[in-house]
Every structure is written in structure tokens, then in C-alpha cells.
Design a binder for this molecule. Structure first.
Ligand code: NAP
Length: 273
């Protein structure tokens, strides 16, 4: 019997998850059907309940429902608990299990696909929203020399330092506090890749040979990536690999089979020009 999965979001029309999971299913011989469902803004939990009642086995969760997904789970992994957000649910009888694969997807993309090991590196995350929250634990596990978070609203960055204190030291502050510092890996985890706003990045932020990573994908060269290139950075990437790698982790969690991500990534990658 075909097992059913879905991605839930609002809006959801843009989602590449159905394509990614159907390619994974074909490559691994798994019998699944995967659809995109636009849940009403005030109806996420009801939409999940209906999908479960109809035999759904699990869902990926997109914006703006990741916090609600975490809250409706009966059991959560540590990554989801620390993020306070889930991007994946698995249904097992009465149990609703939650996890968050965004951060591990990012780390896998950086280290495996982009050949950028994080151990000993100075890593900077721009933004202090859900994406940064999900990324901190997996990045810290790779033992960077320094892990810093800068945000437009500094108090949100400081709150992360407090919440993650038992797991990793964090340098936190507003953008002005970055003056005089250089980083080997700079990750834009703000939503400015969608709004096309530029960030107030100080001169000298990118160390020689640095990688500039934009979490938003499919938008070509965003203002952040253009800023990086203008500062002399030649290694730039967007978040399509993070998307594919988090999907692979979800697929493994649901199906017990790890799909090969290379062919899917090649199919989805759009040149950054
Ligand atoms: P979020 O929780 O809404 O956080 C948004 C962040 O962006 C906040 O830190 C916010 O700062 C900052 N921001 C927004 N507009 C800004 C501006 N004009 N100037 C400076 N900072 C600004 O969003 P999220 O869930 O963390 O997601 C962030 C981005 O990552 C989204 O665009 C999403 O598409 C992308 N993402 C990609 C993947 C992937 O698989 N590739 C996965 C997850 C997320 P304040 O706190 O000051 O408001």
C-alpha cells in the first residue's frame, strides 16, 4: 500500500519538497505519495489531524507553522526542543514525533556538498529567528573555533546565548558589534534574501577564502551574496543544498533508507548569476 506524506505551509505553491521526495522515492524504490497542502493560517492542527485520519504517515512543516508543529507533538528530539520548532512530524499510532532537520541539513550541505568543514572555523550566523535556532546545535557539534550570532534586534540574539548556554558558548549582538572581526563562514539566516534588503555588514567581515552562504534559495544573487562578492568572496552558495539535505534526513527518519542527494541537488541547483 502506498504511504502518504505531505508538506504543510502557507503559502505552499512554491514548495520543491514534493519533487524532491518523489525523486528520492523513485531512486530508493519506496512506495510513497507526497503532496503539498496549504493549511489555513488558523487551521494547522486541524489540517494535520485530518491528514493523519486519512492515513498520512508524516509531514514536513514549512513557514509559518514550525512552532505549532513542535507544540502539537507528543515527543520531540533535542534539536526540535532547543529550536522550539519542528520541521518534520512522524505519526505512529497515537504518537506524534517531532524533529528539526534544518540545521543538520545546513551542516551536511556545508561540509559534504561544499567541502567546507566547520571544525576550527569562525562561523557567523546573521539573523536570530527559527532558522538560526535550528542551526546552532548542529553547527556547535562540529566544534567551530567561534560561533557568533548577529541580529537587527540584538535582544533576540542575546536570548539565544542564554537558551544555548548549556550547549555552546555564543557571541551575540547587533551588526555594529562585528566591526573589526573576520569570519571564515558567514551564513545569512535572515529573510532579507526574500525582501531584497541589504544588511549593514562592516568592512573586513569576510576572512580570506571565506564562504558566504545564503539560506534562501532560488533567488539568484541576493543582496547578501552581492555584498560578499563585492568584498572579494569567491565561494558563494544559496540554500538549495540545505533544503535537499534536510529532506534526505526526513526521508531517512520516515522510511529507514538514506537517499543519495547528489542527483537531486544537480537537478534543482540554479546557477548563481
Ligand atoms: P524568521 O524566524 O522570521 O526570522 C527572520 C530573521 O530575519 C530575523 O532574525 C529578523 O530580524 C531578520 N530580518 C528580517 N528582515 C530583516 C531586515 N530587513 N534587516 C535585517 N534583518 C532582518 O525566519 P526563519 O525561519 O529564521 O528563516 C529565515 C530565512 O531562512 C527565511 O528566508 C527562510 O526562507 C530561510 N530558510 C531556508 C531553509 C532552507 O532549507 N534553505 C530552511 C529554513 C529557513 P529581527 O529579529 O530583527 O526581526
Amino acid at each position: 500500500m502506498t504511504d502518504r506524506y505531505a508538506v504543510l505551509g502557507h503559502p505552499i505553491g512554491h514548495s520543491k519538497s514534493p519533487l524532491i521526495h518523489s525523486l528520492f522515492a523513485r531512486a530508493t524504490g519506496q512506495d510513497i505519495a507526497y503532496t503539498a497542502i496549504e493549511a489555513p493560517l488558523d487551521g494547522f492542527a486541524d489540517t494535520v489531524r485530518r491528514f493523519r485520519a486519512e492515513g498520512g504517515r508524516g509531514v514536513n512543516v514549512s513557514l509559518p507553522f514550525k512552532l505549532q508543529a513542535f507544540q502539537m507533538a507528543t515527543e520531540s528530539g533535542e534539536r526540535a526542543r532547543l529550536a522550539g520548532a519542528a520541521n518534520c512530524l512522524k505519526f505512529d499510532g497515537e504518537r506524534i514525533l517531532a524533529d528539526n532537520f534544518d540545521g543538520v541539513g545546513l551542516v551536511n550541505d556545508l561540509q559534504r556538498n561544499l567541502a567546507c568543514p566547520l571544525a576550527g572555523k569562525r562561523v557567523l550566523l546573521l539573523g536570530a529567528g527559527g532558522a538560526t535556532r535550528g542551526a546552532l546545535l548542529p553547527i556547535a557539534a562540529e566544534r567551530p573555533a567561534l560561533l557568533a550570532v548577529a541580529n537587527r534586534t540584538p535582544d533576540k540574539a542575546h536570548a539565544l546565548r542564554h537558551d544555548f548556554a548549556a550547549h555552546t558558548p555564543l557571541q551575540t549582538g547587533g551588526y555594529e558589534t562585528l566591526t573589526g572581526q573576520a569570519f571564515d563562514v558567514v551564513i545569512n539566516a535572515t529573510s532579507t534574501g526574500l525582501s531584497q534588503d541589504a544588511l549593514p555588514l562592516p568592512d573586513g567581515l569576510f576572512a580570506p577564502g571565506a564562504l558566504a552562504y545564503e539560506m534562501v534559495y532560488g533567488k539568484g544573487l541576493t543582496p547578501f551574496l552581492r555584498q560578499a562578492q563585492a568584498a572579494g568572496v569567491s565561494r558563494v552558495a544559496d540554500g538549495v543544498g540545505m533544503l535537499v539535505e534536510q529532506a534526505a534526513e526526513a526521508f531517512l527518519w520516515w522510511r529507514g533508507v538514506r537517499p543519495d542527494t547528489r542527483a537531486v541537488l544537480e537537478q534543482l541547483t540554479v546557477p548563481l548569476v
